[in-house]
Structure formats: structure tokens, C-alpha cells
Design a protein around this ligand. Sequence first.
Ligand code: TYM
Length: 372
Amino acid sequence: MVEMKVTPWTVEGEIDYKKLIKQFGTAPLTDKLIDEIKKHTGELHLMLRRKLFFSHRDLDWLLSKYDSGESFVLYTGRGPSGHTHIGHLVPWIFTKWLQDKFDAELYFQLTDDEKFLMNRQLSLDDTQKFAQENVLDIIAVGFDPKKTKIFFDTSYAKTLYKIAVRVAKLTTFSTAKAVFGFNNSTNIGMAFFPSMQAAPCFLPSELAGKKVPVLIPAAIDQDPYWRISRDVAERLGYYKPAQIHSMFLPGLQGPGSKMSASKPNTAIFTTDSLDVAEKKVMGAFTGGRGSLKEQREKGGNPNICTVYQYMYYIFEPSDEKIKQMREDCKAGRVTCGECKQRLAKYVIAFLKEHQKRRKNAKKNIDKFLVKD
Ligand code: TYM
């Protein structure tokens, strides 16, 4: 068994999320806090109800600020190292819901510098091209153009750099080593980069000329960046940024498998044709038995089934239907082929709509993109 490893660049092994909360020093998203959110939103997004979002930092503080009249800004991002897959869309879809419910502004960072520095195979030209592609997916999610600013680090650096250098000055290399696992062969660009990802945490305050609370929705792999940001925030005269963390949607090859651009069958990409996406779903890892006879007799195991997890966390909105799906699986009343077909239908409908919006997004880039 591969040992669990979660960093912004590597997610390996079977993830024990309770252990991760302890290791990272974050707080579990309790039912009480979820109820607090509901007081403001009136309903709960599926990803909250089903606890795909499971951990946070200072969300209680952020909500109490909101209660006392201080609205917050959302911040999230993408490292453009390839095309967008369904996992990336998790925090973005949830962020759009938060934007709608709290009428919040959003800052969306594309770290074309990070992916160039981190990945030997990618030129700066490559990461900038992927950023151009990814931005279409971001817009396709449906953010409000009047309340959303999207930027690439390399074309918004003048604004970000002034904040980043102040973060960098207060962050020692020994902290960066401890937080990110940097060593003597890490290039010095990467050693500086965390301060570029920290900068948007403070940008809303800089632009407003007063402290502005910020909430970052992202999967928990990005948390190390927020440790650096939180560590320096108060010394720089800002609030610490709050976070809400999601789990990882697993790769299609089952628990412990990661979605990866270099192994296309592990993930559904937004640029996949409908045929390819369907084939990927039909080849997904399930919790089924070796033979149909055994499946009918002993039932399957939804807990390890990717198809079930995709339905549970993303695609099946009905609580009743998902419960039925689980029970039918365990009782051997349904085959894996049937469940895959059900998921494939949802995935195809989703992709069709997303790809239409993605095409449309090309016309609207200028409404979202900021440069300096
Ligand atoms: P990146 O491009 O690796 O990932 C983009 C966002 O997707 C989340 N994510 C996932 N969520 C659920 N299931 C998965 N399988 C999955 N894989 C990735 C990531 O947590 C992330 O939220 N350095 C960042 C870019 C960045 C950023 C930010 C991200 C810059 N500023 C602020 C979040 C918030 C990166 O490379 O993300």
C-alpha cells in the first residue's frame, strides 16, 4: 500500500481525511457549522450536504464577520498544466454557489508561473496556452462577470508582485522547506512562488484600502499555501484568509488512484468527446464482484466504487435515489454495467452543456480577465 502523501503537487495513496485534518491542523466542518451556513443560504449545496467539503480554517469567524455586516471576497485558482478535468471543477462549482448565495466578489488566479517552474516538461508558452484553455472552463462554470476577476500571474504580476515581495520577506527558507518539502535542488523560482499564491489573499484589502475577509474554497492539497499566508497576514496588517476544503474526487481507476493528464483514462476532461467520456465511465473501477452470479448473491461494495462516488458527490441530486442505488448495489439487485450506464448518462448531459458554455465563453473572456 502506497503511503498517504498530500502536497500541492502530489496526492498519493489512500487518503485518510481525519488524519489529514490532524496533520494539517485544520478543523472539521461540523454539522453545527453547516447549519450556520444554511442560515445564510437557505439550502445546502450537494457538496456540503454530502460532506465532500469536510474541513475548514476560520469559517466560523468569517460567518460571524458576515453577520456583523462585513462581506467577504472569494478566492480560488488553477495551475494550468493541462486541460481541466471534473475534479478541478469541484471547488469551482461550489465557489459559484457561494458567489450566488453571498453575492460575493471572486478573484481567480491562474498560476502559469507555478506550473512552468514546477514542471520540467512545460515551457512558459505551454502553461500560458493551457491557461487560455482553462479560462474557458472557469467562465463556463457561470461566474458573474460583474463580480469576478480572473488573472494569469504572468500578466498581472505588477499588481501581485508588490504584495508577494512583502510576504516573501517574512517567510524564511526553513519555513518553506518545512511546509512544502523544498530542498537544495528546488529551483529558486519555486522557493519564491508561494508568495505569489499568497498575494491574492490580500489583494482585496489592498484594493479596498481596508481589511477585507477572504474565503478560499479548494481541495485540501492547497492548504500548505494558506499556512504561509496565514502566518504572515497579521504582521502585514491583513486578516488571515479563511478556507473551506474539499476531499478529492477519486480517479476513475479506484481508491488511491489520482486523476492525471498523463494517464487520460483516470479522468474525464472537459475537452473529451462524448464518446471518449462514455468509454472512460464504462471502464471505471467499481465495487463489483468477479462474476454476475456472485454479484447477485453477495452484492457489491459501494464504499470503494468510483461510479457510486461520482454519483454521490456530484451527479445524483436526489437523496432518495442515491440511497436506493446504494441499497440495490449492496443487495445485488443492480449490476455494475447498469450503474455505469446511469453515470454515463449524467456525464454526457453535463459535458454537452459545459462544452456549449465553453464555446460561448470565448466571446466573454474580456469581461473577466484583468491584466496590468
Ligand atoms: P490545481 O490546478 O492543481 O487544481 C485546481 C483546483 O482543483 C482542486 N482539485 C481537486 N478537487 C477535487 N478533486 C480532485 N481530484 C481535484 N484535483 C484538483 C485543487 O485543490 C484546486 O482547488 N496552485 C494551484 C492554483 C491556485 C489555487 C489558488 C488553487 C492558485 N491560487 C487558490 C486554489 C485556491 C493549483 O495548481 O491548482
